[in-house]
Design a protein around this ligand. Structure first.
Ligand code: G3H
Ligand code: 13P
Ligand code: ZN
Length: 316
């Protein structure tokens, strides 16, 4: 099966009350861990690439790794739909480059721009993408946390205004919309002692204004304390790392949220596997040994997400 867009995935996810995991990929072991888990559980999956990932691994390596994942899934008899998505495209040019370069979905992130400029750039990307059969995600409202090396502090973050969503989607023609309801990027989502909370009232209001329209949740890692503990016990320092409670993500997945973005959890799983391996085997210096353990932890993590958070198992 070739790479697919997210159109069919989102339609079924909306109707079925589950969500598709969108996992950030930066190297071969991460692609393999995610694809193996998704393929074994017969789950559709989105593999997404940030500008930082393209800079680190290069566009063509990532496209070919994702194509290889499709090929291996098919060979194993567990063909699954995979979409290749640009995460946080900052402008028209990077979106165009990914649309022309084999991606099936792009995000144009104009969320830090004034509203009219966000509309303008999102419409320009959607017009171009649709001509080429590619789908587009845009964002309204701003999350706190780290985005492509830019730190958006909590004071500059803002919840999505439900009064804007209909106008935005009608005027731009985008296919899905990321909204800000209290999630944030990175592994430190709440201050020590702060109670994790999400604005489900905003999500409900957005869903009323945009019936059947797929909503995207960024900054949706749950920062599993199991991996944080392994990192802490093996020479790391991630005290106070905290994410979104899984029951809240599960609830969002049963509502209008069709795409849940996960990057920090993959980083934690990979780091836990590598740190644990190297501490247990100080004599090892073959990357296949420690990266192999990182890959196994990535696979375990993605299986857990599919089964316990997303509910996308068996939906391929
Ligand atoms: O939203 C941000 C993603 O976690 C990507 O992070 O820009 O460091 O690759 P990155
Ligand atoms: P996390 O940092 O919570 O994994 O969010 C990732 C993300 O939103 C990628 O766009
Ligand atoms: Zn994001």
């Amino acid at each position: 099966m070739p790479l697919v867009t997210t159109t069919d995935m989102f339609k079924k996810a909306y109707e079925g009350g589950y969500a598709i995991g969108a996992f950030n990929v930066n190297n071969m072991e991460i692609v393999q861990g995610i694809a193996d888990a998704a393929s074994e559980l017969k789950s559709p999956v989105i593999l997404q690439v940030s500008a930082g990932a393209r800079k680190y691994a290069k566009h063509s390596y990532l496209v070919h790794l994702v194509e290889a994942a499709l090929e291996e899934a098919s060979k194993s008899g567990n063909d699954i739909p995979i979409a290749l998505h640009l995460d946080h495209g900052a402008d028209f040019d990077i979106c165009k480059s990914c649309i022309d370069g084999g991606f099936t979905s792009v995000m144009i992130d104009g969320s830090s721009l004034p509203y009219e400029e966000n509309v303008e750039v999102a419409k320009r990307v959607a017009d171009y993408a649709h001509e080429k059969g590619v789908v587009v995600e845009a964002e309204l409202g701003q999350l706190a946390g780290i985005e492509d090396d830019v730190n958006v502090d909590a004071a500059n973050a803002s919840y999505t205004d439900p009064d804007q969503v209909e106008d935005f989607v009608n005027r731009t023609g985008v296919d899905s919309l990321a909204i800000a309801i209290g999630t944030s990027h990175g592994a430190f989502k709440f201050k020590p002692g702060q109670k994790p909370q999400l604005r489900f009232d905003i999500l409900e209001e957005v869903a009323k204004r945009l019936p059947q329209f797929p909503i995207v949740l960024h900054g949706a890692s749950s920062v599993s304390q199991e991996y944080v503990k392994i990192i802490q016990e093996n020479g790391g320092n991630l005290a106070d790392a905290i994410g979104i409670p899984e029951d809240m993500l599960r609830k969002a997945a049963t509502m209008a949220v069709c795409k849940i973005n996960i990057d920090s959890d993959l980083r934690l799983a990979m780091t836990a596997g590598v740190r644990e391996h190297l501490m247990a085997h100080p004599e090892h210096f073959d990357p296949r040994q420690y990266l192999g353990d990182g890959r196994k932890y990535v696979k375990d993590l993605v299986s857990h997400k599919i089964l316990e958070v997303l509910g996308s198992d068996g939906k391929a």
